[in-house]
Design a protein around this ligand. Structure first.
Ligand code: V47
Ligand code: SF4
Length: 400
């Protein structure tokens, strides 16, 4: 990627607290958790953004990448349905709307996708007692047989631990068996916010922070790369966010196995937590979305890539985020369900021309990447863009 020298515009940073953090960055010092809290607390959003932008430009230049990916959610049946109070996607086995795809349904969805453009399947779902190791190994083998060119990014750390528990196997055994069947990388979901007190309130019974990190460490040790996330904008404090980022940075120091960091904006509709907080219809603010991306970029100095999830924060905020430290956008997606079950009003897919227009509108250069963030093709010249005729938006399809 086209990196440049670090060039921080100190004169345009108004808040002395942000300027103090900028000094540390300029001198090559790592940020502390207190620095991160100061950035979150600062009213100088522009200053925080300028700093994050300078750091991102030094790492990634003007290039903004995206993947031709396709989300598949094979089951919404989940044993944690009543205790993950922020989730609107999960169902109990006999509840209305519960579904578990057969292998044929997974293959049909995989092939129905993206006019043959899909290069990555992003497969996540619920903790379903009937979806154990064989369900997923059979699925991955079939996907690789039918669509061998497509990368499989599948199963959060929480799902890996669930499969290990029901099969009475260790995490590494499960990961090895899945890799043998075709798993390429792990997505970053399931992290939520690591603080034990926050987890108790929003995700009681879910895999704890140390085990989330442990599963990713086990994957990295096997050579399986992964992403990581943080769910923000619910009951957590700034200090909770920084404790979370510290754990991610520490693991990255140890293994270098994370590909990207993706902050996930909490959506309050159609879930218990949203009702309890009186937040129905009130999503995270654009300011907080940008701050989370920028602080992630600044604190996670050992990450190359920070991704904005346009489905969760809207395409417009994702576009602006390209000036707040972000160098990667969630890709084409095709048919999103998890956030559309909790109030996301964004479209469920993005076509290539829409992604190109979004990135160019921010004055950046779009590039399609593979799942390991290697650039496949740059789109420097709009006159050379391929002609794409895919429809703009698919019908909303939550559940099966
Ligand atoms: O862990 C659930 C989140 C995640 C809500 O690795 C919610 O590239 C907001 O794994 N409001 C799963 N978020 C999604 C996931 C993911 C997404 C994008 C990119 C990547 C990647 C991974 O969805 C869950 C949870 O944090 N989620 N409910 C909600 N109400
Ligand atoms: Fe299940 Fe994941 Fe929803 Fe929790 S967030 S209820 S683990 S699907």
């Amino acid at each position: 990627m086209t990196a440049t020298a670090l060039n921080i515009p100190f004169e345009r940073i108004a808040d002395p607290a942000v300027r103090a953090v900028a000094e540390k960055v300029a001198n090559g010092h790592r940020l502390s958790q207190a620095d991160g809290v100061a950035l979150f607390a600062s009213p100088d959003l522009t200053g925080v953004g300028l700093l994050a932008d300078a750091v991102n430009r030094a790492k990634n230049g003007d290039l903004v990448t995206f993947a031709s990916n396709q989300h598949i959610n094979p089951t919404n049946i989940c044993t944690l349905r009543t205790t993950c109070v922020f989730c609107g996607y999960a169902r109990l086995p006999k509840e209305e709307g519960a579904y578990r795809y057969t292998l044929d349904q997974v293959l049909a969805e995989a092939k129905s996708g993206n006019d043959g453009m899909t290069k990555e399947f992003h497969i996540v779902g619920g903790l379903d007692m009937q979806a154990g190791l064989e369900y997923y190994t059979t699925m991955f083998r079939a996907l690789k047989r039918e669509l061998p060119h497509v990368h499989i990014k599948a199963l959060t750390a929480v799902e890996i631990a669930h499969i290990a528990r029901i099969e009475k196997l260790g995490w590494s055994e499960v990961l090895s068996a899945l890799r043998e069947a075709g798993l390429d990388t792990l997505p970053g979901g399931g992290a939520e916010t690591f603080s034990a007190a926050v987890r108790e309130e929003i995700a009681r019974k879910k895999l704890g922070a140390a085990d989330y990190v442990g599963v990713h460490r086990a994957a990295h040790q096997l050579g399986i790369r992964s992403n990581c996330t943080m769910l923000y904008g619910h009951v957590e404090s700034y200090a909770d966010r920084m404790e979370h980022l510290q754990m991610l940075r520490d693991l990255q120091d140890d293994t270098g196995g994370f590909l990207a960091y993706i902050p996930l904006a909490y959506h309050p509709d159609d879930n218990e937590l949203g009702k309890k907080l009186g937040r129905q219809g009130i999503a995270t603010s654009g300011v907080d979305d940008l701050k989370n991306l920028a602080v992630g970029r600044l604190f996670l100095d050992n990450f190359q890539h920070v991704k904005s999830h346009w489905i969760m924060v809207t395409p417009s905020i994702s576009q602006v985020a390209l000036h707040y430290g972000v160098n990667d956008l969630e890709g084409t997606v095709v048919r999103e369900k998890i956030y559309h079950a909790v109030g996301a009003r964004t479209q469920q897919r993005m076509t290539l021309p829409e992604l190109l227009a979004l990135i160019r509108g921010a004055g950046k250069v779009p590039a399609e990447r593979d799942s390991f963030y290697q650039v496949i093709r740059r789109f420097d010249d709009p006159a050379q863009d391929p002609v794409v005729t895919a429809p703009r938006t698919l019908p909303l399809a939550v559940g099966a």
